[in-house]
Design a binder for this molecule. Structure first.
Ligand code: E4P
Length: 218
């Protein structure tokens, strides 16, 4: 099984910076909604890329936009010019699939996002995109058994160059459950990543060790 990786799904520079500084996330994923929520504009993208790479991000994802294939490709060009740690996200629409295919042929690192069916996952694997992002929380919101569906997507991608990078993960258990189905990569809000790292007994154990060391004169 591929080694797991955590990404932080946020453009909150303080919280992203702390997680990158701690070395607990592989990189940063964003989309236009996330940028807007943090009060960012399209003009901020180059500075965010530089900042996060400088803080140790091994991969940074920005999403292309425009709705039609030509616009997706034009905007992806600007994103890909940022540097060699960038990956471009493309939505799983008909025009998005055409853009993703062209970008893969050009050697870009591509993530197809908002993947909602096994058929779309299979098409992504056939095209050779590097990642697909299904949205667990939003699938559940729509009344779908997201865990089962994403497990089938994972199976559909087996043996291909495509990996599942699951998104819309709202609790540490969402991550652990998908991992048990073989999903390798996960992106989640800073809160969820922080909760994944935390256990109250770990903290009380650490406090006990420190108290003992203090008694030992340390
Ligand atoms: C992914 O690109 C989305 O930003 C994200 O995972 C959605 O999460 P939410 O459904 O919890 O808002």
């Amino acid at each position: 099984m591929t080694a797991p990786r955590l990404y932080v799904d946020s453009a909150d520079v303080d919280r992203v910076g702390r997680l990158l500084g701690a070395g607990v996330v592989h990189g940063v994923t964003t989309n236009p909604t996330i940028l807007e929520r943090s009060g960012r504009t399209a003009e901020d993208i180059p500075a965010l890329y530089e900042r996060w790479v400088g803080q140790g991000a091994r991969e940074v994802f920005f999403q292309t936009w425009g709705g039609d294939t030509a616009s997706f490709l034009r905007n992806a060009e600007g994103i890909l010019a940022l540097g060699d740690r960038v990956a471009v996200k493309v939505p799983a629409t008909a025009d998005g699939f055409a853009a993703a295919s062209a970008l893969v042929r050009d050697g870009a690192s591509v993530l197809v996002t908002a993947v909602y069916s096994v058929g779309q996952a299979l098409a992504c694997a056939s095209i050779g995109v590097q990642y697909i992002a299904p949205y667990l929380g939003r699938l559940r919101d729509a009344g779908v058994d997201g865990d089962a569906l994403i497990a089938r997507m994972q199976a559909a991608c087996e043996g291909s160059a495509t990996d599942v990078l699951a998104a819309s993960l709202r609790s540490p258990e969402d991550i652990v459950g998908l991992r048990e189905a073989g999903v390798p990569y996960f992106t989640a809000a800073p809160d969820v990543i922080e909760q994944l790292l935390f256990h109250d007994v770990s903290d009380s154990s650490a406090a006990e060790f420190d108290a003992a060391m203090a008694r030992l004169g340390g």
